[in-house]
Design a protein around this ligand. Structure first.
Ligand SMILES: Cc1cc2nc3c(=O)[nH]c(=O)nc-3n(C[C@H](O)[C@H](O)[C@H](O)COP(=O)(O)O)c2cc1C
Length: 372
């Protein structure tokens, strides 16, 4: 029976346990996307917490793809030096690290010539907020992902994850609720998946078959006319057939109401902790590459049950590690009480503060214990 605390490998990358830090935007980079000291200190702390693999916050592959302020950039050669320090600090502490390559699509804040771009025009209250990408822009974006991947290798990352979830660009293309194109990149599932497949192939071509490549994808969008579980399984199979090494399954978009990727509210039962249980089971039946499951994990028994029942190979955590970067180490050492994260989502608001990402609930607690 698989165990949470045992070493495994994904295409040669060895993980000391089955816990993964899911990509989490830290807002700790410079305004130009460069790595800064604070981010390095945060990575050292996470690594000391013994998580098996750290996935960086989403890093933009070109300026149009930037999603938020002080986001990590991997869009130019000037970023590589800082990214080398990022990987070194994790390696020096005995950790393993992947970079998440991303493009925000219609949510982009980048200062590109034409503003935000996505699969289709977006008109909000009479104002055009994003433009449909023409095939030349699509081609350049694929190359941008490929070049970013080469920078990732040069910077010493152990793996790359392509962000195709949560309603960012590649997820927008997959989803009929955002993608209304009538060319080779819209319509049928094969067409909607084309850009993701082309990005994957471009990266694979540049990094070679022995470099671990992962994709984060939505189980479903939870939107009318959005990507469905059955479609996610088919896209995952296409990627697996192309040699992808593992899939991380998440779900939802900013527009998905209560079913956003990070759901508010304390989970009352193990069942509710694992948001994508049914989708994971469907994936398992059809797709034969490792599955990383994210979404609401808070308790050790839930993580253990998911791995031991082989529903998934790895358990990914985001918010619980914001509050307790040492959570995995604590569980490893036998202190198995639930994570102290209360799923309040106030961590999102901290992204706009000058400190960047932190647990607002924990900070408040500490302040009440130690009033200034
Ligand atoms: C502050 C914050 C930033 C996030 N940034 C990213 C990101 O950069 N890329 C990504 O794929 N998901 C991101 N997520 C989503 C998480 O990786 C994860 O899928 C989601 O929060 C559910 O996991 P959890 O219940 O363990 O938090 C972020 C979540 C939070 C709370």
């Amino acid at each position: 029976m698989p165990q949470l605390f045992e070493p495994t490998a994904i295409n040669g990358m060895v993980l000391k346990n089955r816990f993964i830090r899911s990509a989490t935007y830290e807002a700790m980079a410079g305004s130009d996307g460069t790595v800064r000291e604070q981010l390095l200190e945060y990575m050292a702390e996470l690594t000391r917490g013994q998580v098996g693999l750290i996935i960086s916050g989403h890093a933009y592959v070109n300026r149009a793809g930037q999603a938020g302020p002080r986001q990590l950039g991997i869009h130019s050669e000037a970023m590589v030096q800082g990214l080398k320090r990022f990987t070194s600090v994790i390696h020096d502490h005995g950790g393993v690290v992947a970079v998440q390559l991303a493009h925000a699509g219609k949510r982009g804040i980048g200062t590109g010539e034409h503003g935000a771009v996505g699969p289709s025009d977006v008109i909000e209250e009479g104002v055009k907020t994003a433009s449909a990408m023409d095939t030349d822009t699509i081609r350049k974006t694929i190359i941008a992902f490929g070049e970013a991947a080469q920078r990732a290798v040069a910077a010493g990352f152990d793996a790359i994850q392509i962000h195709a979830a949560h309603g960012y660009m590649l997820s927008q293309f997959l989803s009929p609720s955002f993608n209304t194109r009538e060319d080779a990149y819209g319509g049928s599932l094969e067409n909607r998946a084309r850009l993701l497949l082309e990005v994957y192939q471009e990266i694979r071509h540049r990094v070679g078959e022995h470099f671990p490549l992962l994709v984060k994808i939505n189980a479903e969008d939870f939107l009318e006319g959005g990507l469905t579980v059955a479609e996610m399984v088919q896209v995952s199979r296409m990627l697996a057939d192309g040699g992808l090494d593992a899939i991380e399954m998440s779900g939802g978009t900013f527009e998905s109401g209560r079913s956003t990727p990070s759901r508010v509210g304390t989970a009352k039962s193990a069942e509710r902790e694992v948001y994508y249980r049914t989708a994971a089971a469907a994936f398992r039946q059809e797709v034969k590459i490792p599955l990383i499951l994210v979404g609401g994990f808070l308790s050790y028994p839930s993580a253990e049950e998911v791995v031991q029942s082989r529903l998934a190979d790895y358990v990914a955590l985001s918010r619980p590690l914001i509050r307790e970067p040492q959570l995995v180490q604590r569980w490893r050492d036998g202190q198995r009480s639930k994570a102290s994260c209360i799923s309040c989502n106030r961590c999102f608001a901290t992204l706009a503060t000058k400190e960047g990402l932190h647990c607002a609930a924990e900070k408040k607690l500490q302040e009440s214990k130690n009033p200034a």
